[in-house]
Design a protein around this ligand. Structure first.
Ligand code: SF4
Ligand code: SF4
Length: 463
């Protein structure tokens, strides 16, 4: 065993041990969350993961998403190359160069071309950040540039290593590696020290690769480790604004501390790519309210991390503490629960349930809500509709037609009209039209008439 291999084994073991420790600390926090079964329907979930994570379906909907698509797939392909690189460092006999010529030359060609695509994507990402940056400052954060620089150095070291070997005449796939070959062509013929240069580039590649791995859990790019799995864990139903709750004495209501979220809620916060698509789609953000769904998810993550830090600001309130890692009450009440953020999120983060859970804590545990809601809550309590209109008005929409009451066992379908359909002047026309269509189609239907009550949707959304 050479000294080079021994040193690399030591470096590798230390790096992997530290990475494992970081993951243990970070992901151990996720397990503090409440249970949520996201392991059912395995094959459906697996398909979703392939379609949305590997297919990057939502990412490529934005023009610049194609750059991320290229970088993502370059990463996937180079994962194979880098695994071989590390194994080869540990045991030099393990190498793709031992494969038959056809297979080895094909792989060498693919890795060469994919590496240059990755490098070009990084350059594009940097140009974008300076020329037409996303509308939030974190896009130009130090973190973003550290990661981009690391990827660029990895690619340059890869080409440097291969070019040196080609120039030294020790790379038998040289003819199939156009970019590395070009690099070798630029090295003056007869240059000495090519073996040393190849070794230096090899070590640069190894150190940056292991540093990159260890930096991920502590950077905003933690999503590299989590977002694919988050697509696997996506909700298979239309995401509910709130689960049903049971009013038992020992129960807690809503979420006032970060670990009261489910583990999926916490894992969501680790999976955010900080792409800003949710904020771009949010009506509150683009009407210049304080709410930015991207920041809200970021604050959940920071609250989890800060409250678990050994020397950090423990007991940072999740709601109303001020600063990074705490969400203001104002922000929570600015959400319309429209769900536009969830429709565009490429990694299927569930913003609305998180917001409503925190509202539920404010309303049910703290009795804190905007004054305007007091009237609505009273109307719901006393008249079972948000506007406080007399229940007798519920059937006014049917003044000109005959509507039968629903009778269980006799009537086939219940036409549940709802508050908006029954009270809103414009919606009443729609309700009437639906009733006429039902009559024309010969369906047996009926309504609950004056006994119909609000479905409670507004109340659930308001916590
Ligand atoms: S659900 Fe709330 S946070 Fe999401 S886009 Fe609509 S208003 Fe914004
Ligand atoms: S929550 Fe989703 S859409 Fe919003 S910034 Fe994060 S990854 Fe992008």
């Amino acid at each position: 065993m050479t000294a080079n291999v021994i040193v690399f084994i030591i470096v590798f073991v230390l790096a992997i041990a530290f990475f494992a420790y970081s993951c243990y600390r970070r992901f151990g926090l996720v397990l503090k969350g409440k249970p949520d079964n996201r392991f059912n329907a395995f094959f459906k979930r697996f398909w979703n993961m392939l379609f949305y994570a590997f297919g990057q379906r939502r990412v490529i909907k934005k023009p610049f998403g194609i750059n991320h698509f290229v970088l993502f797939w370059a990463f996937m392909v180079l994962l194979i190359s880098n695994t071989e690189f590390l194994l080869n460092g540990l045991a030099p006999a393990l190498s793709f160069s031992n494969l038959p010529d056809g297979a080895y030359f094909t792989l060498a060609c693919i890795f060469d071309i994919v590496s240059v695509l990755a490098l070009l994507s990084v350059i594009m990402a940097v140009i974008r950040r300076f020329s037409f940056p996303p509308p939030y400052t974190e896009a130009k954060s130090r973190d973003a540039f550290i990661i981009l620089s690391m990827v660029a150095v990895l690619m340059i070291a890869f080409f440097g290593m291969n070019a040196s070997e080609i120039a030294a005449g020790t790379e038998r796939a040289a003819a199939y590696m156009p970019i590395s070959n070009f690099g070798a062509w630029m090295i003056p013929s007869g240059a000495g020290g090519l073996d040393t240069a190849a070794r230096v580039f090899w070590w640069i590649h190894a150190i940056v690769l292991l540093s990159f791995l260890n930096y991920l859990p502590y950077s905003k790019h933690m999503h590299v480790l989590t977002s694919i799995f988050n697509c696997f864990f996506m909700s298979l139903e239309k995401v509910k604004t709130q689960s049903r709750e049971e009013f038992k004495k020992e129960n807690t209501f809503g979420v006032g501390q970060v670990e009261q979220f489910t583990w999926k809620g916490l894992f969501d916060s680790y999976s955010c790519t900080e792409c800003g698509r949710c904020s771009d789609a949010c009506p509150a953000t683009f009407t210049e309210k304080s709410l930015q769904p991207r920041l809200l998810i970021h604050d959940i993550k920071m609250n989890l991390l800060k409250n678990s830090a050994k020397n950090g600001s423990k007991n940072l309130p999740l709601i109303g503490g001020g600063g990074e890692g705490s969400i203001s009450e104002e922000v929570l009440w600015e959400c319309t629960t429209c769900g536009a953020c969830m429709e565009v999120c490429p990694v299927f983060i569930e913003h609305v349930p998180r917001i409503v859970e925190m509202r539920r804590h404010l309303v049910e545990t703290k009795a804190k809500f905007p004054d305007e809601l007091l009237t609505l809550f009273e109307n719901m309590e006393q008249r079972s509709n948000p506007w406080g209109i007399a229940p007798a008005e519920r059937i006014k929409w049917a003044a000109d037609i005959e509507v039968k009451p629903f009778e269980a066992g006799k009537t086939d379908y219940l036409f549940y009209v709802g508050c908006a359909g029954a009270f809103d002047a414009r919606n009443r026309h729609t309700t009437l039209s639906v009733a006429k269509i039902l009559d024309k189609s010969g369906v047996s239907w009926g309504t609950l008439g004056r006994d119909e009550m609000c479905c409670g949707d507004s109340l659930r959304r308001l916590g």
